[in-house]
Design a protein around this ligand. Structure first.
Ligand code: G1P
Length: 291
């Protein structure tokens, strides 16, 4: 089973300036918790037990968030604020560990994943890109389905969703014979990073959730720079696909690109109205805007 997940968080978040000037974009709050918490919880819900943050010196607040805070806990305890105390000490279950490695240079997503090679060792693993939040439409977690499919078939799983044709140059795009149904995996014939609209093999975009075999680390070591002059995970997956079966899994959930300002606002609205404590009043506030 897949127990390890890599979360690359070293990026400087230029699309989210000025908010990300002095705090990591992953720490910007969506309703009442940082965006990264949703992604970590998604991984945990899929059975992940070890989260590996690939991070940067300016992003220590992410590690601090998942660490204990003795002073704060003592103060909350003294004030008998037990609900809050429970909330801040139980962000992840006790059997889940969060560790970090550094990405010393911004050489691309493929390079960020490669930075976790020693921690991954010979284990197969998941990758979750924290810019994208995935809100499940049902109790079934898409990543958990990818993990289950990988365990049955040993085929790498790449999560995809259909995007408008004019946006294909912003994503990795997969080539398949037949568009999969939602919740289905199909064999991938190819994958290309940010193709021009006329060269895109489909409109199925890579969403930023992957289940990959350990051996992709060896491929990444020899993957040359690609699109944007960066070492691309997409290019390593293309190499893997020439020797092994790789599948595109079509997601069922809804995505929010929190790396972009409008995507972030949309996420706040959706997660806000579904918040167990604030949701009802928040919905009423939106209705009262009467726009
Ligand atoms: C990365 C991947 C791309 C994927 C995208 C999803 O690109 O390289 O294949 O479609 O994430 O968000 P980035 O957005 O980091 O440029």
């Amino acid at each position: 089973m897949i127990k390890k997940a890599i979360l690359p968080v070293a990026g400087l978040g230029t699309r989210f300036l000025p908010a990300s000037k002095s705090i990591p974009k992953e720490m910007v709050t969506v309703v009442d918790r940082p965006a990264i918490e949703y992604v970590v919880k998604e991984a945990v819900a899929a059975g992940i037990k070890q989260i590996i943050l690939v991070t940067h010196s300016s992003k220590a607040s992410i590690e601090n968030y998942f660490d204990r805070n003795f002073e704060l806990e003592t103060t909350l305890e003294k004030k008998n604020k037990i609900d809050l105390l429970n909330e801040i000490t139980k962000i992840v279950p006790e059997d889940v560990s969060i560790i970090s490695v550094r990405q010393p240079q911004p050489l691309g997503l493929g390079h960020a994943v490669l930075c976790a090679k020693d921690v991954i060792g010979s284990d197969d693993f998941a990758v979750l890109l924290p810019d994208v939040l995935v809100k499940e439409r049902s109790s079934e977690n898409d990543l958990a389905q990818m993990v289950a499919r990988f365990s049955q078939t040993n085929a790498a799983q790449i999560m995809v969703e259909a995007v408008p044709r004019e946006l294909v140059d912003q994503y990795g795009i997969v080539d398949v014979d037949q568009t999969p149904q939602m919740g289905e995996s199909v064999v991938m014939k190819g994958i290309v990073e940010k193709p021009s609209i006329d060269k895109a093999p489909s409109n199925l975009s890579v969403i930023g959730r992957y289940v990959l075999p350990a051996k992709i680390m060896n491929i990444l070591e020899t993957t040359p720079k690609g699109a944007g002059n960066e070492i691309q995970l997409t290019d390593a997956i293309a190499t893997l696909q020439s020797s092994d079966v790789v599948e595109a899994f079509r997601m069922q959930g809804e995505t929010f690109d929190c790396g972009s300002k409008l995507g972030y606002l949309k996420a706040v609205l959706h997660y806000g109205i579904e918040h167990p404590k604030l949701g009802q009043e928040f919905k009423k506030m939106i209705e009262e805007l009467n726009i």
